[in-house]
Design a protein around this ligand. Structure first.
Ligand SMILES: Nc1ncnc2c1ncn2[C@@H]1O[C@H](COP(=O)(O)OP(=O)(O)OP(=O)(O)O)[C@@H](O)[C@H]1O
Length: 260
């Protein structure tokens, strides 16, 4: 069996002094299309950001492509589609934004080379935005902005695509377009996908596996979308994180010196 693309062992994340993600253990293998589901505030985005090293985990271990996250440097292999486009990008053109996806492969302040331009053109063509390359982001529809960010994530030819709620805030027709796009991309590129979704929508057919979070804990890990009411625990007890001994590794109010 192939080595996992993402390996999580007893991963816990705390934010602002509160435990947000609690004792997650899961492997994501090459070619899987994994949906991370859960109610608002269940910790989906936080877990995604921990996998990308954007927030620290306080317990457990994370590996990408068999490499511990701390020493992982090959970010070319990972494409990230955040939920929101950075407002600082609104004045930039589609091509410029997609070009920022090449930064893991470029030297700072050096203009894009031939390979960069080819990769950007390929990514734009794949998301059907080649004719919008010079358009400013502020002039795009919601669906076009999503496709721009997907192209940006594809610009390094990643093996793992991580997406945060790509279906949120766009109409059903756009959701279906995005699902069709993902179907083509996963087949053409053999991508492994980890995607946060609120509900399956048009992605349901694509998803090969669902991880369901409830209050930061993994309460379901199974095939497809045959769900799984959020309050039900579907994992055998030994796989469900209890996390009774969770201790934040940063100062709490009890650690503060008392004021006179
Ligand atoms: N920087 C932070 N400091 C403190 N708490 C935070 C911080 N960021 C997020 N949280 C809290 O962590 C919890 C989980 O947030 P997270 O965004 O991971 O959930 P989610 O499952 O992605 O939710 P949603 O579906 O609403 O996006 C929420 O209660 C949120 O308020």
């Amino acid at each position: 069996m192939n080595a996992p693309v993402v390996s999580l062992r007893d991963v816990s994340v705390g934010l602002g002094g509160l435990p947000i993600v609690r004792g997650i253990t899961a492997d994501i293998r090459p070619g899987e299309f994994v949906a991370l589901l859960g109610a608002n505030g269940s910790g989906k985005t936080t877990l995604l950001r921990a996998v990308l090293g954007l927030v620290p985990h306080h317990r457990g271990s994370i590996e990408l492509f068999g490499e511990p996250l701390d020493s992982f440097r090959d970010w070319r292999r990972v494409g990230y589609v955040p939920q929101h486009i950075d407002p600082a990008m609104l004045n930039s053109t589609v091509r410029e934004v997609v070009g920022t996806g090449r930064l893991p492969l470029r030297r700072p302040f050096v203009p894009p080379g031939r390979r960069d331009r080819e990769a950007i053109a390929r990514a734009l063509a794949e998301v059907d935005l080649a004719d919008r390359a010079r358009t400013r982001i502020s002039h795009l529809s919601g669906g076009q902005r999503r496709r721009t960010m997907i192209a940006r994530a594809l610009a390094t030819d990643p093996e793992l695509l991580v997406m945060d709620e790509p279906l949120a805030g766009v109409d059903l027709a756009t959701q279906e377009t995005l699902a069709g796009l993902m179907r083509t991309l996963t087949q053409a590129r053999g991508l492994t996908v980890l995607v946060v979704l609120h509900e399956p929508g048009p992605f349901a057919d694509l998803v090969s596996r669902t991880l369901l979070l409830q209050d930061g804990r993994l309460v379901y890990d199974g095939a497809g979308f045959e769900l799984a009411l959020p309050h039900e625990h579907h994992l055998p007890p030994e796989h469900v994180s209890s996390q009774t001994d969770w201790v934040p590794s940063y100062p709490t109010s009890q650690d503060q010196p008392e004021e006179d």
